[in-house]
Design a protein around this ligand. Structure first.
Ligand code: 5GP
Length: 126
């Protein structure tokens, strides 16, 4: 038990598959990276362009964001148009989605923005 606590095994679980992608322990097709955030192509794309933009600092979801995250979130918002341009969807259009908690359909509990484009997207979502 003491050993588990020392190893952080009883700490709140902030280590997800996305932490492993940040640490380059598992491969991902990276579209953008800087010291604060990382964007990579979704493994199961729902549109011709489907990229996930994540903060390197683990935040569980949109529901956990506080004022102390403002600068990080503002930075990430400023990355989105640059990414969209690089991905060729800036002019045609795109959608930014943050599925949040169970009713929101979140499956990975590390905040991420889906950036979807390359086709006309339906509305309302399911
Ligand atoms: P959520 O369902 O939480 O909104 O979105 C999680 C997304 O992560 C899903 O679209 C899923 O396809 C993607 N995803 C899950 N595991 C991996 C992975 O190992 N690599 C990549 N590139 N995407 C993943």
């Amino acid at each position: 038990m003491f050993r588990e606590i020392l190893l952080g095994m009883n700490a709140p679980n902030t280590d997800t598959i996305f932490s492993k992608i940040i640490r380059k322990e598992i491969p991902a097709r990276i579209a953008f990276e800087d010291e604060h955030c990382l964007a990579f192509h979704d493994i199961s794309p729902q549109a011709p362009v489907h990229v996930l933009l994540i903060p390197k600092r683990p935040i569980r979801s949109m529901a956990e964001i506080t004022a102390s995250d403002s600068a990080l979130l503002g930075h990430m918002m400023s990355v989105i148009p640059k990414l969209a341009e690089q991905l060729g969807i800036k002019e045609t259009g795109f959608r930014v989605v943050a599925n949040t908690n169970s009713d929101g359909g979140q499956t990975v509990y590390h905040l991420h923005f889906h950036i979807l484009g390359g086709r006309t997207l339906g509305w309302p979502p399911g």
